[in-house]
Design a protein around this ligand. Sequence first.
Ligand code: ACO
Length: 484
Amino acid sequence: MNAIYFQKQSRESLDNLAIKLSKKYSNIVVFQALACEDGVCGLNKLSKEHNIKTEYLYDSATGVKEYLKNENTFYKNIIIKVNELKAKYDFVLVASFGVFGGLDTFWINLKLSKELNLNYVIDNDLTKFEFAKIHHKYASLYNENTSLDELLNLKKPDYISPMAFEVMLESKAKENVKTIVLPEGNDERILKAASILLEGKAVKLIILGNNKEIAQKASDLGIDLDDVKTYNPGNSSLDDECANALYEARKSKGMSLEQAKELIKDRNYFGTLLVHLGYADAMVSGAACSTADTIRPALQIVKTKPGVKSVSGGFFMCLSDKVWYFADCAVNPNPTPENLAEIASVSAATYKAFGFEPRVAMLSYSTANSGSGVSVDLVKQACELAKSYEGLNYDGPIQFDAAVDIATASKKMPDSKVAGKANVFVFPDLNAGNIAYKAVQRSAGAIAVGPVLQGLNKPINDLSRGCLVEDIVNTCLISAIQAQ
Ligand code: ACO
């Protein structure tokens, strides 16, 4: 552990804890998101005496303004700042802020500690501690007799909040900036997402559509697209190259050059060809097109990775305190046992690529041998076949409750390494997967990031037609990371 969140009721307890920490860590910082009038918690004198550094993000007035302007951006900026501090210092003591316009700081501080994925440590106010415990599983009480070891050995939060996940996506994408093609330049949501992405400098963009119309729309929206390349399929400098490439890829399926010249006027074919030819690293489309129209060119031209037979689509399901992965929710209506086993393996790989340790549940209406039927047999066969994927940590057939709840798991599958703590869920068919992701998204308030298409040679990702600007931003970041 190299950071905790401290809800201070008294200056003395903060001083006391900071001094204790400064004896163990030579390079510690006390960070307060909103500084008070006398600096960070009035620590100036103390910080000189004990070599404790102090940092803040906003002065009080600016912080309140930023919060009221956009709450999400306010929290995200603090997460980014704390991540920077964690890399720079041996220990970061995040101190609660006390002044916040007329707003209730207790709840804002509590939410902040959860978004930061940090233990919430509170000094002696028992009433507030009781509240905190109800709302934060990792809350703990501190007083001057608490030993530092006791504090540092607290059970660490093992979740990632949706906001921390989004911040992680942006910082991972920035490690190796990739170019994304967005074929639906006529959609305002695409242009708004482009503006956010360009500001974050995590990706470069190509936008397809009528150049003049895009420029006019961008100007109406007050968006600067100077750094973006635009192409109008069927009327662009790349038409011939794209048509020839399409003809080469599909002539064995009976496509003529004339047909290819016609087909590249379709923005999804043109965008996919830009990825195929290396002008872009990934494509994100589907805000205005069906899934089938968006991904068919990729299935025909980009094709699957060596060793992968079928493309599937998964969702990162960002719940308040965890990120799960659901698949296949987008592509294969009737998977075979071979398809399901492969979906388990590629889903585990996708989840792992984003920094999580996968435990895969092969879902069914039966756990172990409790039920029978054709669809249970399908999952049983898939589980047998999954044995051939080395290192795959999975179990099934398993019901959802046994997959996620330790008490149920201990009764139904006591010896399983996955039951009770699964985080990757493979559904028996597209009906189940698609219905489940939408049910969780709409009833549990989850942010569903995806579908992430897995198994393709190059990243092409689909959007839902009801997508929001933030969904487009997240899908572009995911695509950029897949392209690295
Ligand atoms: N993996 C790899 N390749 C595939 C796959 C797959 N899962 N499915 C089809 N292909 C390939 C075929 O082999 C074929 O290649 P070829 O022409 O080089 O031989 C090519 O794709 C076209 O195959 P068709 O069978 O003609 O494919 P079609 O275009 O009819 O359908 C599709 C493919 C679009 C994926 C279809 O299965 C489908 O519509 N799936 C459901 C999509 C959907 O509606 N999802 C739910 C909504 S998504 C959401 O809610 C987020």
